[in-house]
Design a binder for this molecule. Structure first.
Ligand code: FAD
Ligand code: SIN
Length: 560
């Protein structure tokens, strides 16, 4: 029996929750989420939300900074919408109970790289945690919102329409909640933690059919496609992969953002050291203490993120060092402790007192600027399928996201999609839910060789890190493409023979995302924003357009 609802939201980060709270005013919402409801990239966001509040700031300045960071690929209209609507969305978030730092009755604004003014609304250095807390609390109290935790969307359900395009009617979803079926704890998958040699095979679970008037992808990013990332384990690009398989248009996947400063410590798991530290004066230094950003950009440590990450990569390669240092020891210890309590406490756990010692840092994969293309309301190219947040390519970020513009985008597009759908829901309810076939497992059997999945995960992430990282070349991309294609062949074979598990689904999805990143990167014969290649080291003014790809259509620059 299918489970039906008005709005099926896949993902419970800032975008999904913002959408759900507003859509719930107009109908029933089910939120499917892979693990516990708070687990998301949103939860780990540190710096904050970019929005114009300061009297000496303006939407025009925010627009200009976003366009400058985006290196000629931002869509002007989207940038304008986000800069102008952002403050109102932040006020709504505050009205929903989010507690951001204030001083003298005004929000206290932080500063980050690429911003010409103080405009980062934050809750110390744990902004995302506060946003999730506030939104989840509201959702908990809303009778129109139901959560399906530990549920993983597998694939979108498409209906063929005579004479028209396929329409999305919902999703097939893996339900992992039955403890009897799921005795195996999720396996560690971090590169810095060795996978156990003999793991019991994870058990397959029940696959359910969800039908909805509108299906909304809010599945976040795909940091796990790279070996080192700031992202949690849920970030496996499922939304992009599902949309691609369904035939939706995807764009700009070559622009994967590497955050310049991830803590470098053998025991630390992908811990971000916020750009807000540099906003408050922290300086990047070589291990011998030399400050180096001045020789890379006049904005020094507050240059946009792509420039800082490339500079660090360059210096690490030049000096043979495994890391660089981020130094905030010149600020008073009380200031550092008050502004950065999470980072201070976390570094102390690894024996680093950031008030007295510089922090060893390295770049790590952080943010997916590309994704499922949408219009100004979150509509994808497939009728019935909407997408919001990091899984999308709305045009806001162009070739490089400006710091703290992502939470902003989730809020703005979560709101816009809900507002638009609320005007259509009565009409959508006129049609009955369609009859669709249940999930067919065919002759698939439970896996007895999960080592294949673990091995392919590892190889995929290493390949992406080594060949498709901060600096690329045609030869490296070709090598990556060959390996990914081989791995995909194996994964496909494995997928059709075995009952699905979350591990297997995520592996299949990161393989698709890897293929899309490599394909888009190979199609762009220039260096622009986050895509740097030694074979085409300069930007080419003729190539200032999005890279688009669709199932059956190779990645190409739009209009070419
Ligand atoms: P997410 O918050 O990632 O939520 C995605 C949700 O989808 C999760 O609940 C996940 O479990 C679920 N999901 C995924 N696949 C499936 C599936 N198949 N089935 C069911 N559920 C699924 N941005 C800023 O603007 N400011 C910052 O200060 C900032 N700091 C950051 C710090 C860190 C460490 C990280 C990792 C990111 C940071 N970012 C920041 C980026 C920002 O946090 C994210 O881009 C943003 O939160 C994404 O929100 P989202 O709602 O699109 O996705
Ligand atoms: C950070 O706090 O440095 C992350 C900000 C962002 O990703 O926008």
């Amino acid at each position: 029996m299918a489970i039906t609802t008005d709005f099926l939201v896949i993902g419970s980060g800032v975008a999904g929750l913002t959408f759900a709270l507003e859509a719930a005013e107009h109908g029933e919402v089910i939120i499917i989420t892979k693990r516990s409801r708070d687990e998301s990239n949103t939860k780990y966001a540190q710096g904050g939300i970019a929005a114009v509040f300061a009297p000496d700031d303006s939407p025009e300045a925010h627009i200009a900074d976003t366009l400058e960071a985006g290196a000629g690929l931002c869509h002007d209209v989207v940038v304008e919408i986000c800069a102008r609507e952002g403050p109102e969305r932040v006020r709504e978030l505050i009205a929903r109970g989010a507690q951001f730092d204030h001083e003298n009755g005004q929000v206290r604004l932080g500063r980050e790289g690429g911003h010409s003014a103080r405009r980062i609304v934050h809750a110390a250095d744990a902004t995302g945690l506060e946003i999730e807390r506030a939104l989840l609390e509201q959702a908990r109290q809303n009778p129109n919102i139901r959560f399906a935790e530990h549920h993983t969307a597998i694939d979108l359900i498409l209906l063929s329409r005579f004479g028209g395009p396929d329409i999305c009617a919902g999703a097939y979803v893996l339900d992992e909640t039955d403890a009897a079926l799921n005795p195996v704890p999720p396996r560690p998958r971090d590169s810095d933690r060795p996978a156990p040699r003999h793991r019991p095979a994870s058990k397959p679970h029940v696959v359910e059919t969800y039908l909805a008037r509108a299906t909304v992808l809010a599945t976040g990013g795909a940091g796990k496609v790279y070996l080192y990332t700031t992202n949690p384990d849920v970030a496996t690009g499922d939304g992009v992969a599902m949309a691609y398989r369904a035939g939706a248009e995807i764009a700009n996947m070559e622009f994967y953002q590497f955050h310049p400063t991830c803590l470098f410590h053998p025991e630390a798991k992908s811990f971000l050291v916020s750009e807000a530290l540099r906003g408050e004066g922290a300086i990047l230094r070589l291990p011998d203490g030399t400050a180096f950003m001045a020789s890379h950009d006049p904005r020094k440590d507050l240059a946009p993120r792509d420039i800082v990450a490339r500079a660090i990569d360059f210096e690490m390669k030049r000096t043979g060092s495994d890391y660089v240092l981020l130094d905030i020891t010149h600020r008073p210890a009380s200031f550092v402790r008050e502004h950065f309590p999470t980072i201070h406490a976390q570094c102390l756990r690894y024996g680093i007192d950031i008030t007295a010692q510089p922090i060893p840092v390295v770049p790590a994969a952080h943010y997916m600027c590309g994704g499922v293309t949408t219009d100004l309301y979150g509509r994808t190219t497939i009728p019935g399928l909407w997408a919001i947040g990091e899984c999308t390519c709305t045009g806001l970020h162009g070739a490089n996201r400006l710091a703290s513009n992502s939470l902003l985008e989730g809020l703005v597009f979560g709101h816009r999609a809900a507002a638009r759908l609320s005007t259509q829901i009565d009409e959508l309810r006129q049609s009955p839910f369609p009859e669709v076939p249940e999930w067919q497992a065919g002759n698939a059997v439970a896996s007895d060789e999960e080592v294949v999945v673990a091995h392919n995960w590892d190889e995929m992430r290493r390949t992406m890190w080594n060949y498709v990282g901060i600096v690329r070349s045609d030869a490296r991309l070709r090598r990556a493409a060959r390996r990914i294609s081989l791995l995909q062949e194996e994964i496909r074979e494995y997928y059709w023979k075995h009952l699905v598990t979350r591990d297997l689904l995520e592996l299949r999805n990161i393989a698709t995302v890897a293929e899309l990143i490599v394909g888009c990167a190979a199609a762009r014969h220039e260096s622009r924003g986050l895509h740097t290649t030694i074979d085409y080291p300069e930007p080419d003014a003729r190539l200032g357009t999005d890279t688009v790809v669709k199932r059956g259509v190779l990645p190409h620059l739009r209009g070419r």
